[in-house]
Design a binder for this molecule. Structure first.
Ligand code: NAG
Ligand code: NAG
Ligand code: NAG
Ligand code: NAG
Ligand code: NAG
Ligand code: NAG
Ligand code: NAG
Ligand code: NAG
Ligand code: NAG
Length: 892
């Protein structure tokens, strides 16, 4: 216990042992509750819960009387809430996570899942109506409800297939032995596995061959979710939560299609934001670009190496003494920065700068961002009403209080001033970091000034200023917040609550804002800490939208809570340049894109901290080409790792980017579908093969969109991949030759350092650009080709969505369906948005012999237009027709 108990006893408080040492017999000796006054009203069941015997007072006094509300909201969604009937407790505000309305008239017998209960002791279970599967059952575990401790526990099948409960760097299928997932936002340098990280998504999906369902606990307090197999024959999952209420959604999912569950979850947390097309291009960043010459040099060198760089980024290096909304006049002078942005924009490229939440505490020193925020009184406050101070990059800081109704106006104004009116630094996207929020000051942060001195904040520059007139670019051209009920935390210990969650940072306030800091609406950090990054995300999204009304924003955040993906994307934080982080990035992107609905997700390619190697960086450039958000980023003390630094890495990047760019409209279409209904943009193998248990644990392969199987090399120095191919037909992306999966491992040898195994799942028609391009603007002027990849029944289908690529609401879109059956490809749809390009050719795969002829819209094509490759079984039909209306191509 060390420091924890010492500090606590100095404060005169008693520290109760953490749950890890509680005897399970005592735990199960808790009396539980009994159900009383049950009333049912159509889709709703209301009841009282009364403590059933002598209080066990495990981590505080048991609350005597609770209220239960069970509502069948839709045929697939059940909402169960347990609250204190006599006193208001904290609940996640609607302003942060608005809740969907129910259908209002669902009777229990109409629901796909059903609630059953026992009265004394009260327990409940959730059943799938169609097959009587028990999905959740609190049966043998008494409910515990205390001021600072809630416990609810369910029995699950042995070796349950559980996913979610992030953010984490553990296996995608969660361990079921003695495993704890802690949710408490933390600046988690190195993203160690087994620990709490930056973001919090208290939802899990459980998959069985008989169906997939989901459980979402809407609670932003710190918690440990313990998964264990100590009881023979079953898995148990236990929530240990240090505040708030039990507010559960149970989602029926489906018996045969896991993506149904993803769509149901999106109905609660919202569908992901549609991203600008350009944001799917390649992004380059690093911490440690010394000056504007460095930044310009990277842009030039990418171009010289023929690697398509879409967006250049700059980390906090550009700031004067690391203060947000400033430029260092010696290292990043305004006129040179303007020149860089003008150059990028003139070349159809983009620019993104970082903004942190912490504002340097500089009273009376003429620092506008501090002075204006102080005048508006929008800083987070300590319990005694003074500013809640931290020590972050610029030294001592204050933190914007996103619950203050004036903070949005402040933030939007600072963005408008710094990025537009004062500087003309017309950034295309925003990058927000350190928003757990992070502070370098340990708890108790009694002297942040001393801490800033000791930790050398802001750190001094390590290079001398550049020549301010160095030539660059040889060929250069010229919301309202509703007030929340005040939550009574009187007498509660907010720093060392009786139940101590397994926070890897130590006590709750260590290295972040204080748990007893108070927001403008009376809420305390103890309850809303996990929302800080998401609220900053919303404010930044709104500030960017105000700068460019009507245009989609690109905001990339580090900390997220459930629902963040409605507005922002994310990167997976400060990883290391090593193979373990390369590998676990795949489960990271799968969590965010296939479960949490934050699909604009990527890990730092080639690794952030420590030095990468040529082979790691080459492999990572290729894996990263299949992250939705593709950015190379690096720490300040690491060796340079832009893709052009090594010939092999450059070639690997060029090859993989070529595949990515050719697939970009397929992927953009997938994003569009996700934004309309929550269909995931990445898929673990089991989403496509839910009956195949061998897929359930796979997290080194994944589907990019619904149909592109990516199977990267995952071991250092390896030149082979042992990939799993389910029982289905696949096609090699390069040769287009068929390969029959048999539900077993296939060894691919000679996977050299510039190639990555990519397969097309049969049954799809893919719209591909005929070639890659140096920018996405140029790519959108490149012709399409169509690849028809039939399944075993000789059928395939696909779609293509196109629009102006950047507007939130569209005047004209093009939506095309492509269906293949009976040897005929039928392409039809609306073509209101002009594609401006041609269909150069159609390639039909798995064609067993050369056809007698091919017809386009019933007209026989010239023999010269047709090429048949017997080895790969590919029939290549040259078309060169404008892509602006329906057409069909028939073989034979
Ligand atoms: C019960 O929950 C439903 C769904 O959240 C809500 O609409 C209803 O008002 C609640 N009823 C009571 C009495 O709390
Ligand atoms: C469970 O894990 C904890 C922490 O790693 C360890 O201390 C404990 O011994 C483990 N218990 C069992 C039963 O394996
Ligand atoms: C973290 O990953 C390493 C390497 O894969 C593994 O050995 C270790 O057991 C993992 N730790 C946890 C807590 O999962
Ligand atoms: C760009 O390439 C030139 C020529 O190889 C090299 O001297 C320079 O250091 C590079 N600059 C950057 C920022 O990559
Ligand atoms: C208010 O509390 C903070 C610590 O949270 C402390 O540093 C500060 O001195 C206090 N201010 C007053 C006026 O007591
Ligand atoms: C805070 O974190 C530091 C390490 O970063 C650790 O040494 C210290 O014990 C922690 N303090 C508390 C109160 O958890
Ligand atoms: C990979 O090869 C390098 C260079 O030969 C060697 O130093 C390293 O140990 C090898 N790594 C593994 C995991 O075998
Ligand atoms: C690497 O492998 C790919 C795919 O098999 C092949 O096209 C390419 O020529 C190989 N490159 C080298 C340098 O051998
Ligand atoms: C949509 O049409 C209106 C009216 O014709 C025009 O003002 C606006 O610029 C158009 N917007 C887009 C995104 O094309």
């Amino acid at each position: 216990m060390g420091l924890h108990s010492l500090t606590a006893s100095l404060l005169g408080l008693v520290v109760v042992a953490s749950s890890a040492v509680v005897d399970p017999k005592i735990l199960d000796a808790c009396p539980g509750y009994e159900l009383d006054n049950v009333e049912t009203h159509g889709s709703m069941l209301l009841a009282d819960l009364k403590l059933r015997g002598k209080a066990c007072n495990l981590f505080g006094p048991d609350i005597e009387k609770l209220q239960l509300n069970v509502t069948y909201e839709t045929t697939s969604r059940l909402h169960i809430k347990v609250t204190d009937s006599s006193s208001a407790r904290y609940e996640v505000p609607d302003s942060v996570l608005p809740r969907p309305a129910g259908d209002g008239h669902i009777l229990p017998q109409q629901s796909e899942i059903q609630f059953k209960y026992t009265s004394s002791p009260f327990s409940f279970s959730i059943h799938r109506a169609s097959n009587s599967d028990v999905l959740f059952s609190t049966g043998s575990h008494p409910l515990i409800f205390e001021p600072q401790y809630l416990r609810i526990k369910t029995d699950l099948p042995a070796n349950a297939n559980l996913y979610g409960l992030g953010e984490h760097t553990d296996n995608f299928r969660l361990p079921t032995h003695n495993y704890t997932r802690t949710l408490w936002s933390r600046d988690a340098y190195g993203v160690p596995n087994g620990t709490n990280l930056y973001g919090n998504h208290p939802v899990y999906f459980e998959h069985r061959t008989t169906g997939t369902h989901g459980v979402f606990l809407v609670n932003s307090n710190g918690m440990d979710v313990k998964i264990d197999d100590a009881t023979p024959g079953r898995t148990t999952l236990e929530y240990n939560v240090i505040g708030g209420v039990l507010d559960f959604y149970f989602l029926a999912g489906s018996e045969d299609d896991p993506t149904v569950l993803a769509r149901q979850y999106a109905q609660i947390v919202g569908t992901p934001a549609e991203v600008p097309y350009w944001s799917l291009g390649l992004h380059q960043c690093r911490f440690g670009y010394q000056n504007y010459i460095d930044v310009a040099g990277v842009i030039t060198n990418y171009s010289l190496a023929n690697i398509p760089l879409e967006t250049m980024w700059t980390d906090i290096d550009y700031m004067y003494k690391r203060r947000i909304f400033t430029l260092d006049p010696d290292y990043f002078p305004l006129s040179r920065m303007q020149e860089i942005i003008e150059y990028l924009h003139a070349h159809d490229q983009r620019y993104v700068l970082m903004t942190d939440p912490a504002v340097a505490y500089l009273p009376d020193q003429g620092y506008g961002p501090y002075d204006r925020g102080t005048a508006m009184d929008i800083w987070l406050k300590a319990a005694n009403g003074s500013f809640s101070l931290g020590a972050v990059w610029p030294g001592v800081t204050v933190f914007p209080d996103w619950f203050n109704p004036d903070t949005q106006g402040y933030w939007s104004n600072e963005f408008a001033m710094f990025y537009d009116s004062q500087t003309g630094l017309d950034i295309d996207g925003a990058w927000i970091d350190m928003n757990e929020p992070s502070s370098f000051c340990s708890y108790p942060c009694t002297d942040p000034f001393e801490q800033a001195v000791q930790q050398d904040l802001p750190p001094a520059r390590t290079s001398s200023p550049p020549n301010p007139t160095a030539p660059i670019f040889a060929n250069s051209p010229k919301s309202s917040m509703s007030l929340h009920k005040r939550v009574n935390h009187q007498g509660e210990n907010l720093e060392f609550p009786p139940y101590e969650i397994n926070n890897a940072a130590g006590s709750l306030s260590n290295k972040t804002s204080d748990a007893d800091a108070v927001h403008a609406n009376g809420l305390v950090e103890y309850d809303v800490h996990n929302l800080y990054g998401t609220m900053m995300s919303t404010a930044t999204h709104n500030a960017m939208l105000a700068r460019r009304p009507g245009l989609r924003t690109l905001v990339i955040t580090r900390s997220t809570f459930a629902g963040a993906g409605r507005r922002v994307g994310k990167w997976l934080g400060d990883n290391f340049s090593d193979w373990e982080h390369y590998r676990n990035s795949i489960s990271g992107i799968l969590n965010m894109a296939s479960i949490f609905h934050v699909p604009m997700i990527g890990a730092d390619i080639c690794g952030y901290a420590e030095d990468t190697t040529e082979t790691l960086c080459a492999r990572w450039a290729m894996l990263g080409a299949f992250y939705p958000f593709m950015r190379n980023h690096n720490a300040d003390t690491s060796i340079s790792q832009e893709f052009y630094r090594w010939p092999t890495v450059a070639q690997a990047a060029i090859n993989a980017l070529n595949i990515r760019y050719r697939l970009m409209d397929y992927f953009y279409t997938t994003f569009h579908t996700a934004s309309t209904d929550g269909t995931p943009v990445l898929n673990p193998l089991w989403y496509n093969y839910p009956q195949d248990p061998d897929t359930f644990a796979i997290d080194l392969q994944f589907f990019f969109g619904p149909s592109i199987l990516v199977s990267p090399v995952t071991e250092e120095n390896a030149t082979s991949v042992s990939l799993y191919l389910p029982k289905d037909t696949f096609y090699d992306f390069n040769t287009l030759a068929p390969i029959q999966g048999t539900g077993s491992i296939v060894d691919l040898d000679n996977v050299n350092l510039t190639s990555i195994p990519v397969h097309i799942r049969s049954g799809v028609v893919l719209p591909l650009r005929a070639s890659g391009a140096m920018t996405t603007t140029q790519l959108r002027k490149t012709d399409f080709e169509i690849v028809v990849a039939p399944n075993k029944d000789g059928e395939a289908s696909g779609s293509l969505y196109m629009d102006d690529s950047v507007s939130i609401s569209q005047n004209a879109t093009t939506e095309v369906s492509m269906a293949y059956s009976k040897n005929t490809l039928d392409v039809h749809g609306s073509f209101d948005y002009p594609t401006g390009v041609k269909i150069s050719r159609v390639r039909f795969l798995d064609v067993s012999k050369a056809p007698r002829g091919v017809q386009l819209d019933g007209r026989v094509l010239d023999k010269n237009a047709i090429t048949y490759n017997a080895w790969g079984k590919v029939l290549d039909v040259a078309l060169e027709i404008p892509f602006r209306g329906n057409f069909s191509v028939r073989i034979g």
